[in-house]
Design a binder for this molecule. Structure first.
Ligand SMILES: Nc1ccn([C@@H]2O[C@H](COP(=O)(O)O)[C@@H](O)[C@H]2O)c(=O)n1
Ligand code: CDI
Length: 176
């Protein structure tokens, strides 16, 4: 039927079993005197990531992917960077709040995959810890969360080590 999206007419609640996909993207700049928190891991690094929260670029991208799939807006709407309540916030806590919202909206988190682009530091040694942290925050099994890392071959702002970028996709199934 014309106007059908994810098993429902656009703008109405999808039927049980309908799938929704969401995409998230985030960037944080490197700066002095900051921690480098990525996927909830305090990664050893000369410089850390700047933000209002702990600047966990990976947790933020994943939160936006979930919010996008559930059509619930974005992380900045939910947790404004002008609100002192979120200053230095643990982004895994914000991510678990997003997961709760998504569930309350009637969705099951089926699967997620993420890519972090960083020229440095090396992230592969921390991949399993990041997956475990993100899965715990989402309340899903670790097999449902993928994390990959890439450099940008020294090209662009990532390649110049000015910051880190992250992308995530999330698949939700309507259960209620
Ligand atoms: N910050 C990073 C970036 C990359 N890796 C790992 O190195 C592999 C090769 O990266 P290329 O960008 O040269 O393709 C990549 O597949 C990652 O496993 C990393 O650990 N940390
Ligand atoms: C996480 C939040 C919380 O205030 O702050 P930031 O660390 O600034 O992160 P960003 O991805 O720029 O924006 C999202 C905000 O919601």
């Amino acid at each position: 039927m014309a106007g059908e999206v994810g098993g429902a007419t656009a703008g109405t609640a999808p039927a049980a079993g309908a799938l929704r996909i969401g995409h998230g993207f985030d960037v944080h700049a490197f700066g002095e005197g900051r921690r480098c928190v990525i996927g909830g891991v305090d990664v050893p690094s000369e410089r850390g990531l700047v933000g209002h929260s702990d600047a966990d670029v990976l947790a933020h991208a994943l939160a936006d992917a979930l919010l996008g799939a559930a059509r619930l807006g974005d992380i900045g709407q939910l947790f404004p960077d002008t609100d002192p309540a979120f200053e230095g916030a643990d982004s895994l806590v914000l991510l678990s709040r997003v997961a709760d919202l998504v569930r309350r909206e009637g969705f099951r988190i089926v699967d997620c995959d993420c890519t972090v682009a960083a020229q440095a530091p090396k992230l592969a040694p921390h991949r399993d810890a990041m997956r475990a942290n993100l899965a715990r925050a989402l309340g899903v099994g670790v097999e449902s969360v993928g994390v990959k890392a890439t450099t940008t071959e020294r090209l662009g702002f990532v390649g110049r080590e000015e910051g880190v970028a992250a992308w995530a996709v999330a698949l939700l199934e309507r259960v209620g």
